[in-house]
Design a binder for this molecule. Structure first.
Ligand code: FAD
Ligand code: NAD
Length: 158
């Protein structure tokens, strides 16, 4: 099957956008990801899916921790920075700590997790994270991703 057909089909599933944060050698690292899902309420588990070539993959494996930062609509720049799409421009990013895990300032939800299991499936690794702590900011709307483009709730509803 053609890759483009697969990506176009998956792109029909409108999602939010997250930045997955972790650390290695006391240095924070972020990567944009929309493959994120809630898994279990008791215990509280989430899953992320990280490509085999991503530099953050060995960092999450070694540290055993990651943060999921659900981006606000004013954070498209952050999404592009952490997807490697804005290398030449300076975009200020500020990391904070939530229960000892690096998270991104300005996200509408910060979720800090411990890796409890990992599964290599095809060219991605699924990490199951047990939630340590959560911090919410209800004052902003989410950034959305649909059909390969960034959107906002406003552009969807009008
Ligand atoms: P790197 O190439 O190491 O880093 C990516 C960028 O983040 C670099 O430009 C780097 O400078 C910057 N960066 C990292 N840490 C810092 C820091 N501390 N301070 C400042 N800048 C920093 N890939 C997946 O595997 N799974 C997904 O679910 C997924 N979803 C995506 C959704 C969207 C909407 C987009 C646009 C991309 C998605 N990707 C996904 C692709 C992924 O974001 C890119 O392939 C990414 O560049 C690979 O990350 P990396 O760990 O190799 O990061
Ligand atoms: P796109 O048209 O490539 O993405 C549309 C959808 O296809 C995504 O939402 C995702 O569900 C799926 N997809 C894309 N690449 C994938 C991959 N390598 N593995 C599994 N699923 C994938 O959108 P775009 O704007 O061209 O994406 C920008 C870049 O980010 C591309 O290089 C793309 O491969 C990457 N990306 C990767 C993932 C992922 O690894 N899960 C998800 C989204 C985007």
């Amino acid at each position: 099957m053609d890759d483009r057909l697969f990506r176009n089909a998956m792109g029909k599933f409108a999602t939010g956008v997250t930045v997955i944060t972790t650390e290695h050698d006391k240095q924070e690292h972020g990567m944009t990801a929309n493959a994120f899902m809630s898994v279990s309420l008791e215990p509280k588990l989430v899953v992320i899916s990280i490509g085999e070539k991503a530099r953050c993959l060995p960092k999450i494996k070694e540290s055993g921790i990651f943060g999921v930062n659900i981006l606000a609509e004013d954070q498209q720049d952050h999404s592009m920075v952490f997807a490697g799409q804005k290398k030449d421009e300076v975009v200020e990013v500020t990391f904070e700590r939530l229960a000892g895990v690096p998270v991104l300032q300005g996200a509408i939800a910060q979720i800090s997790c411990d890796v409890v299991s990992e599964y290599v499936e095809g060219d991605h690794t699924l990490f199951i994270g047990k939630v340590r702590d959560i911090k919410l900011d209800d004052s902003k709307e989410p950034l959305l991703f649909y059909a390969g483009k960034y959107r906002s709730l406003e552009t969807i509803t009008v």
